[in-house]
Design a protein around this ligand. Structure first.
Ligand code: SF4
Length: 704
């Protein structure tokens, strides 16, 4: 008899989706190791994944039983699940009856499993009658969703990780995969080692760790991405380094793009971007010479007031060169969360519908409503992430149910979010840990099962669906998020929630995808457990999955052709710099922390890398402000302030400062919370916040 039992599962941090073998000994203690048979990581794990078991073993921060405030202003007290669900039903029923279904909302997370995401959407859109379901994925990839839809007809990542080993030119734009998607980056590094002629272009205002393998670092000024990609496109067109055959036969609106670029001057573009003409030409020549060209991007493009335009401009480079739907090529948006992609599959946003169906399409809404057997689905998009908290503050939204996310630290303009939570009529928080600062504002706190404590599925950045095993029981009275939702729905009197397992929810979701472009009706739990992970679509029981989309050059648009979209805005429409606020703040991540540190913050080993928040500033700016390494500074915007130590460097562009977004309360105060500073500005189409451009000033902290 072995001393431990092994379970195959998946890392619950980033969207790379590494396979993990969790080993449980006879005392129930878990250790983890990389799954050598998993096609994503082939046994490798990064520092976060390697320490995942510490998060599970340490239960000191866990929410163990439901807690409820009997009235506003009083402390929460332990209650039974019966009392908790009865209260949730009473509050939601009363508010919906009095103010209508749009007076309640659900704010969920890219960490939810697909089954949980599916259920909350079915509950809200199909039975309560509101599309007020949005997710923290709105904060990281909604601009990419719109970009894909506009260019390819649907939100479809065309590429597979195996294309990395077939490419000879990478453009990493607004992303730092060396720290944020480490195992994927390791595969790019390995490809460069194997083929030294591989060219790597990094576009980033900071010289990040990803630049260590770059042949060319385009250190542009924040917000000038569209200008850069348009200039590269112009150069490719002028030099006739485009794929005429692909453009003529498989795209629309090339002439519109060409016309829009007619007056583009490389010299002017270089000046606006803060780089040289030679650098633009070099980037264009690397792309022109490539046999396989992959663009990889993340928050640096998406989190912008012109995030969709940045996506449009970058996607145009793949279409111009015909680098899509063929080995080693394609536009590849990286997802930050483990199941941001799964959420998109089940329509987990306020403007989406399940199974990639279209909320604006009458037939699609009718189909889904009939399938669920609930109410008619409203065509009106619901409130997006920031809109939901604005509506809570103004009183338009009365109650919010927050699942598996910490908006008090992660949403922009955190002081406004705090005010919204204070003013809300009722706040339900469903989570695993008291470390989430948002739990402080919960009128009803529901204990959820965490990673390894429940089963379900997730989809990674390359459309790969994997099964997550239940390894141990959740602590205390915690239960799975799915069970919380279906128990609530039944108590509300809704039929169609008589599930007994996550597998039953998954089966229903699969059935709804039948006949769509994301058809997974051929992928059962049994296949996932026995055969491993699959990339969608998987339309039949014997189908092997689809590693690459559009190999037939049939895109999901009405015409079947991909579309060049001319970016509407080139320059950012962000907050303006002024004499009072002369520096551009950009926020981001560090290697060993993840999101708002509710998990990584409690793992001592991960704190040995970077333990405290800091402000990174260019040495020239520091000199001008008479600041030196280690000084405590106050960073101020029009909305709030942050007090942190300064890190002086030559790796960040002059005029730009960087603050990591992970920290909330530091030493009991919220002085490390980057989102005290950020703005409410969002992209007008994707509604993704502009985290990468805030006007700030910095001064030395003086003791009062
Ligand atoms: Fe987990 Fe991402 Fe690290 Fe892989 S790369 S181990 S998925 S955090």
């Amino acid at each position: 008899m072995p001393a431990f039992k092994s379970y195959k599962t998946t890392c619950s941090y980033c969207g790379v989706g590494c396979g993990i073998i969790a080993k449980k000994d006879t005392k129930g203690v878990i250790t983890v190791e990389g799954d050598p048979d998993h096609p994503v990581n082939r046994g490798m794990l990064c520092s976060k994944g390697m320490n995942l078991h510490h998060v599970v073993q340490d239960k000191s921060d866990r929410i163990l039983y439901p807690e409820m405030r009997w009235s506003k202003g009083h402390d929460r007290q332990r209650v039974s699940w019966e009392q908790a669900l009865e209260k949730a039903v009473a509050v939601f029923s009363t508010i919906i009856k009095k103010y209508g279904p749009d007076s309640v909302g659900f704010y969920v997370s890219g960490q939810c499993l697909t089954e949980e995401y599916y259920l909350v959407n079915k509950l809200a859109k199909g039975f309560i009658g509101t599309n007020n379901v949005d997710t923290n994925s709105r904060l990281c990839m909604s601009s990419a969703v719109v970009g894909y839809k506009q260019a390819l007809g649907e939100d479809s990542v065309p590429i597979a990780y195996e294309d990395i080993e077939l490419a000879d030119c990478f453009m990493i734009a607004g992303a730092n995969p060396a720290w944020c998607h480490p195992i994927l980056f390791r595969r790019i590094e390995a490809q460069k080692e194997k083929n030294p002629n591989t060219k790597i272009i990094v576009v980033d205002p900071r010289r990040t760790q990803s630049c260590d393998i770059a042949d060319l670092h385009l250190q542009i000024l924040p917000g000038t991405d569209v200008i850069l990609y348009n200039a590269i496109a112009k150069r490719l067109i002028d030099r006739k380094k485009i794929d005429k055959n692909f453009i003529n036969n498989h795209t629309n609106d090339f002439e519109k793009l060409k016309e829009s670029l007619r007056s583009t001057s490389l010299a002017e573009a270089a000046k606006l971007c803060g780089i040289t003409v030679a650098e633009i030409k070099k980037a264009a020549s690397y792309i022109a010479d490539a046999k396989g060209f992959i663009t990889l991007w993340a928050m640096g493009l998406n989190q912008s007031s012109i995030g969709v335009n940045k996506n449009n401009a970058l996607l145009n480079l793949s279409l111009l060169t015909g680098h899509i739907g063929k080995p080693g090529s394609g536009p590849f948006s990286l997802t930050g969360q483990p199941n941001a992609m799964g959420g998109r599959e089940v329509g987990g946003m306020a403007n989406l519908l399940a199974a990639h169906k279209n909320l604006a399409n009458d037939d699609h809404r009718r189909e889904v409503a009939n399938f669920w057997g609930g109410k008619e689905i409203s065509p009106k998009p619901g409130l997006t992430a920031t809109e939901m908290f604005d509506a809570l503050e103004s009183g338009k939204l009365k109650a919010v149910w927050i699942i598996c996310t910490n908006p008090l630290v992660s949403l922009p303009n955190a002081n406004k979010v705090e005010n919204a939570l204070k003013k809300a009529k009722y706040v339900i928080v469903q989570d695993i840990s008291h470390r989430s600062e948002t739990t402080e504002y919960a009128d009803l706190l529901l204990p959820a099962a965490g990673w390894a404590e429940k089963e379900g599925t997730m989809t990674n950045s390359e459309r790969r669906i994997t099964y997550l095993n239940k390894v141990i029981d959740p602590p205390g009275e915690a239960i799975s998020d799915s069970e919380i939702l279906w128990r609530f729905a039944r108590r509300m009197g809704y039929h169609g929630f008589d599930y007994n397992s996550a597998e039953e929810v998954y089966k229903e979701h699969c059935l709804l995808t039948k006949g769509t472009n994301i058809d997974i009706s051929g992928l059962s739990y049994t296949r996932l457990k026995e055969e491993g992970s699959f990339q969608w679509p998987v339309p039949q029981n014997n189908h092997e999955g689809t590693s690459r989309l559009f190999e037939d050059k049939k895109f999901y648009t009405d015409t079947g052709n991909a579309k060049f979209v001319v970016p509407r805005f080139t320059k950012p429409t962000s907050e303006l710099l002024t004499e009072d606020y002369p520096l551009i703040l950009t926020t981001g991540r560090v290697r060993d922390q993840w999101h708002t540190r509710t998990k990584t913050g409690k793992v001592n080993r991960l704190l040995t890398h970077i333990s405290d928040p800091f402000l990174e500033m260019n040495q020239v700016d520091a000199f001008l402000l008479k600041l030196k390494e280690g000084d405590i500074v106050v960073v101020e915007s029009k909305r709030g302030k942050v007090q942190v130590k300064i890190k002086v460097s030559d790796t960040i562009k002059k005029g730009v400062v960087f603050l990591p977004m992970h920290w909330g309360k530091v030493l009991g105060n919220d002085y490390g919370r980057a989102n005290n500073l950020t703005t409410n500005i969002v992209d007008p189409i994707s509604k993704e916040p502009d985290f990468k451009f805030t006007a700030v000033r910095v001064s030395k902290y003086v003791k009062p």
